[in-house]
Ligand binder design. Structure first.
Ligand SMILES: Cc1ncc(COP(=O)(O)O)c(C=O)c1O
Length: 364
């Protein structure tokens, strides 16, 4: 067999499939997208272009250019995040892959609250690990009993993602403190994916695991807040011994990451995207108010997704119906062991959202 055993449990991404279908259709109402509908802010684009023109186009240090690492370190310190070392990665995706490579032995269990970002499940499976899911329905809260039931002597780490993709939930600080207490009792590592930390709607900022616990790998990035999805840039901060191994692994995988994007990112961390966030809060209100009568739905507190339960309780069947009506959304089963919900992205124009709301109410 030509293809490695490693791939035997790996399926193509369910989100990509919907995205490709939408691309083939004329005038789709696309609410499946996982990236902002605004472009990189002009001054940051200019910064990147200027560095390309200046010839900053070669390999960079494996762990990232010093000025960006310093900038990230001071950003995290201001936030009160505990860490010893910082590295720059090819998006949070690249950082997660290096962490999985560095940490997971075949048979190791990784505890993940469900619903979850799809990549977690597959990266664990790729390493021969076992994803273990903790159900957080119906209100997407982390509960001690549900959590501790899933921990075993094979548990290697826990992954927390808040604000959350696909639910838009922000876990309250008391939930995070509970997870930290449970992890501390067992000396477990926590991976905290904070990529949506710019997208917080009803409070000035949200708590994150890295503020509460030293044994945390904190992941952050430039894809969402500054819309740099195509520039592939993120970072990881945490304990030195783990980061050193991840930097070594980066030498043999990504080598280093995009040169000009790192220069632009130095400026990004000082570039306020508050106006965009305010607009996203308006979009959040529009879609939540538009759907809450017909759908059972939690009001998203962050990120740019709504995760309603569909009437009838069959998410995949509902998505088929939506697609027949030109609305592209993603079945909850892509992000969950349950198929009762769907993910709706509100990273779209208000006009698109209004058209989507009309169709979704009509077919529900
Ligand atoms: C929760 C979460 N983590 C990580 C990523 C990937 O981010 P990046 O573009 O930095 O690789 C995404 C993208 O959708 C995401 O939703």
């Amino acid at each position: 067999m030509l293809i490695s055993d490693r791939l035997k449990n790996i399926k193509p991404s369910g989100v990509r499939r919907i995205f490709d279908l939408a691309r083939q259709m004329k005038d789709p109402i696309n609410l499946s997208i996982g990236e902002p509908d605004y472009d990189i802010p002009e001054p940051l684009k200019e910064e990147g272009i200027e560095w390309i023109r200046k010839g900053f186009n070669k390999y960079t240090p494996t762990q990232g250019i010093p000025e960006l690492r310093e900038k990230i370190a001071s950003h995290l310190k201001k936030k009160g995040v505990h860490f010893e070392e910082v590295m720059v990665t090819a998006g949070v995706t690249g950082g997660l892959l290096l962490a999985s490579l560095a940490l997971i032995n075949p048979g190791d269990e990784v505890v993940i609250p469900d619903p979850f970002f799809v990549m977690y499940e597959y990266q664990v499976l790729l390493m021969g690990g076992v994803p273990v899911f903790v159900d957080t329905y119906p209100d997407f809260r982390l509960r001690e009993e549900a959590f501790t039931k899933k921990l075993s002597n094979k548990t290697k780490f826990i992954i927390i993602n808040s604000p959350n993709n696909p639910t838009g939930a922000i876990y309250p600080e008391e939930d995070l403190r509970m997870v930290v207490r449970v992890a501390r009792e067992r000396d477990l590592l926590i991976l905290s994916d904070d990529i949506y930390d710019n997208f917080v709607f009803d409070q000035p900022s949200c708590a994150c695991i890295g503020q509460l616990y030293d044994k945390t790998l904190t992941f952050g990035g430039f894809s969402k807040g500054w819309a740099m999805t195509g520039w592939r840039l993120g970072y990881v901060a945490g304990p030195k011994d783990i980061l050193q191994q991840m930097i070594t692994l980066q030498q043999y995988t990504f080598s280093s990451v995009s040169s000009f994007a790192q220069k632009a990112a130095v400026k990004a961390l000082d570039f306020n995207v508050e106006d965009h966030i305010k607009r996203y809060k308006i979009k959040r209100d529009l879609i939540y108010e538009g759907l809450k009568e017909k759908f059972h739905v939690q009001k998203p507190q962050g990120a740019f997704y709504l995760f309603p339960e569909v009437p009838g309780g069959d998410g995949e069947a509902f998505v088929e119906k939506a697609i027949q009506n030109h609305v592209f959304i993603v079945p909850g089963s892509v992000f969950s062991k349950r198929n009762s919900h769907v993910r709706i992205s509100f990273a779209a124009s208000e006009e698109t959202l209004l058209r989507g709301i009309e169709v979704l109410n009509r077919i529900s």
